[in-house]
Design a protein around this ligand. Structure first.
Ligand SMILES: Nc1nc2c(c(=O)[nH]1)N[C@H]1C(S)=C(S)[C@@H](COP(=O)(O)O)O[C@H]1N2
Ligand SMILES: [Mo]
Length: 457
């Protein structure tokens, strides 16, 4: 440890005792001597206030990162909640299914515009990734605060510190699980969706408290320096901010090795780089190859079926005999089951629609699908006004073997049981003999290798 925490005359945190924060001297909860005792028992090896020497650390820089996160993180949070709703919790297929008092005002996910889920999910994953450098920079900028001793001087301060635990723990957990889920298939010993959902609420609780406590100081700090001036200040003229009550500014600053503008540029460039290596996941054509950070959305072979496959027929254990000439579709829910062959489906009225597949892992693609309207199939089944449809795949086990659609999703004129894509038969990997394709539906519910559809009134 390179520090000088041995200096007993320098308390951590507020300088000059002029914190301006009445809570610091009050003693909610424990009596004052308890706080004093905690203060005296500093853990050995804890970095002291003088071991943080970066001359650019300070409330202004922290507030710059904070302002970006204040605007962007709520977008990531809200689009995440929308994605949960898009899964159809009312149909019992959102994960986690039971969320207790975190229950959202459920509504039927719209079918228009067809790119809605593509947008919300793309924003959620894309923006979440782009913000990683900003979150890291923000954590770096407040590092001295994480090591202050005593950790709190009052009950109110203690609560504030605990809210930081929710905030920092929450955001790190959400980013880590999100990134891992994109990169790997279900490597967790727990349900990614359940953990990510509850983790988001833990984060949100910490975020709201933190913003309520810090917003005035953030606005004040932002006004303390001019961004324009900072952008014109080279390394040689970079000076520390004035000492601050939070103890972010180094008391013993080292000579600058980077200017503030360069630090901002570095973090911004990091975000842009991640963004540039990510957007390709939502683009069709050769630019998809630029999505190097997203191994799953990139695979794109030649030909009309050359767009990403999330799960191959082999991985889903679809045997060629399952999908040969013996394949039939069973329509349930009417007076009696109706069985149709693929030739009979092809003989029905065909409809073509250009619709996206947007995977929850963030990638998306838009293709031209042709097949039979789901509402025509409902009529054929003898359920002309279905309340919902329950689709089952030939894929027997696995979480994607079945999906439910609400009535607007069944009745939309572009909702299809697709037989063809881009003018040719579906490839086996894309769901031959037939697959579901519905506007604005999360990719995962566009069931491939459909075996039966039950229409319920
Ligand atoms: N039966 C079945 N249908 C499925 C899947 C699956 O694993 N099994 N994957 C789903 C997921 S997660 C997505 S994103 C889309 C992807 O469709 P694609 O592989 O044709 O691009 O199919 C969906 N349909
Ligand atoms: Mo997916």
């Amino acid at each position: 440890m390179t520090d000088s925490s041995g200096d007993p005359h320098v308390p951590d945190g507020p300088v000059g005792g002029a914190d301006g924060n009445a809570d610091d001297t009050a003693s909610y909860g424990f009596p004052t001597p308890v706080w004093r005792a905690i203060e005296r028992h500093r853990p050995p090896g804890l970095p002291g206030p003088r071991s943080w020497r970066s001359p650019i650390r300070g409330p202004w820089l922290t507030s710059m990162f904070g302002a970006v996160l204040l605007i962007a993180l709520p977008i990531v949070f809200l689009t995440g909640l929308l994605d949960y709703l898009a899964y159809g919790p009312r149909l019992g297929q959102a994960i986690p299914a039971h969320v207790g008092w975190l229950h959202l005002p459920y509504f039927d996910w719209p079918t228009r515009p067809s790119w809605l889920f593509r947008l919300t999910q793309g924003l959620h994953v894309g923006l979440g990734l782009v913000l990683v450098p900003v979150v890291l920079a923000k954590l770096w900028s407040v590092m001295p605060r994480l090591f202050t001793w005593p950790p709190a001087r009052s009950g109110a301060q203690l609560l504030e510190r605990l809210s930081l635990l929710l905030l920092v723990g929450g955001i790190v957990f959400e980013l880590a699980t999100g990134v891992l889920n994109i990169q790997y298939d279900y490597i967790f010993g727990f349900s990614f969706y359940t953990a990510h959902y509850f983790g988001a609420w833990v984060f949100a609780a910490g975020f709201v408290i933190h913003v309520a406590v810090k917003l005035p100081r953030m606005l004040h700090s932002l006004r303390s320096r001019s961004l324009r001036t900072e952008l014109h200040t080279p390394l040689a003229e970079t000076r520390p901010e004035p000492l601050d009550p939070d103890g972010l500014v180094a008391r013993d600053p080292a000579p600058p090795t980077i200017s503030r503008r360069a630090a901002l540029a570095l973090v911004g460039a990091g975000g842009l780089l991640i963004g540039a290596l990510t957007v390709g996941q939502s683009l069709d054509g050769p630019l998809r190859r630029t999505a190097v950070l997203l191994p799953r959305g990139r695979t794109s072979g030649p030909g009309p079926n050359g767009f990403p496959v999330n799960r191959t027929a082999a991985a889903a254990a679809i045997a060629p005999s399952d999908v040969g000439t013996g394949w039939t579709l069973t329509l349930l829910g009417g007076p009696q089951p109706v069985t149709v062959t693929r030739d009979e489906l092809s003989a029905m009225s065909q409809h073509t629609a250009r619709l996206p597949i947007a995977c929850v892992e963030g990638w998306s693609t838009s293709q031209s699908w042709s097949g039979v309207r789901l509402r025509d199939l409902a009529e054929r089944a003898g359920v002309p006004a279905p309340g919902s449809a329950h689709v089952v795949s030939l894929e027997r086990d696995g979480p994607f073997g079945a999906a439910a659609l609400h009535s607007a999703q069944v009745l939309h004129p572009d909702s299809l049981l697709a037989l063809r894509v881009n003018g040719v038969d579906l490839s086996l990997d894309h769901g031959y003999p037939a697959r579901i394709i519905v506007p604005a539906l999360p990719g995962v519910h566009n069931t491939k290798w459909v075996r039966s559809i039950e229409f319920r009134s």
